[in-house]
Design a protein around this ligand. Structure first.
Ligand SMILES: CC(C)(COP(=O)(O)OP(=O)(O)OC[C@H]1O[C@@H](n2cnc3c(N)ncnc32)[C@H](O)[C@@H]1OP(=O)(O)O)[C@@H](O)C(=O)NCCC(=O)NCCS
Length: 156
């Protein structure tokens, strides 16, 4: 059951304030997370002044923004925070001249795929062996190797 919570969203002005522990929940590569953080924009979700969620977006090509990272603190998951944060950021992106919003998830990410579809994303392709190419160590989720990237998109 979704609890009624007073979640507030903020754009992070100082990149060194980014909640690395949370960002690493969604992507184990600190190096990749830092490179996205450098080029991208980070928003946080706060509950009673505690940072409970984070989302990191980055322009990957003209008029295209990709959601590079989305994470909610484990003890706050399944309360609708991830969905609210993603929907908030989609609205923020719509204020600009972006034509496409992209997001990707690993093949084991069935919950993520549900969430992204609920926010309007559609599956547009599969980047086979993406995670083997980009991460030195194999990643396991839900007991299977996270190997292929399911690419999803919203055309605005
Ligand atoms: C993925 C993640 C960000 C989702 O955040 P969250 O706050 O837990 O998600 P929400 O509570 O907003 O759930 C969103 C939707 O997913 C669906 N969902 C969540 N868990 C589900 C489950 N076990 N079975 C079916 N649907 C589920 C719900 O239907 C919900 O939609 P609804 O609100 O319309 O019912 C969070 O689980 C997380 O941080 N995971 C670890 C990091 C990660 O994997 N990030 C994504 C990188 S690709």
């Amino acid at each position: 059951m979704e609890k009624k919570m007073d979640i507030k969203f903020f754009e992070l002005k100082t990149k060194s304030d980014a909640p690395m522990d949370l960002l690493l929940l969604a992507d184990p590569s600190e190096e990749l997370v830092k490179s996205y953080l450098e080029k991208g924009t980070c928003y946080t979700a706060e509950l009673d002044r505690e940072t409970v969620g984070v989302i990191l977006i980055m322009e990957t090509k003209p008029h295209t923004i990709e959601v590079m990272n989305l994470a909610v603190k484990e003890e706050f998951q399944n309360n609708g925070i991830g969905k609210q944060l993603l929907l908030y950021v989609i609205e923020e992106i719509k204020k600009g001249d972006t034509k496409t919003i992209e997001i990707g998830t690993g093949n084991p990410g069935v919950v993520q795929m549900l969430l992204y579809q609920k926010c309007g994303f559609r599956i547009v392709g599969i980047d086979f062996d993406f995670f083997r190419r980009t991460h030195l160590e194999p990643i396991y989720e839900n007991g299977i190797e996270c190997r292929d990237m399911i690419r999803m998109r919203i055309d605005l």
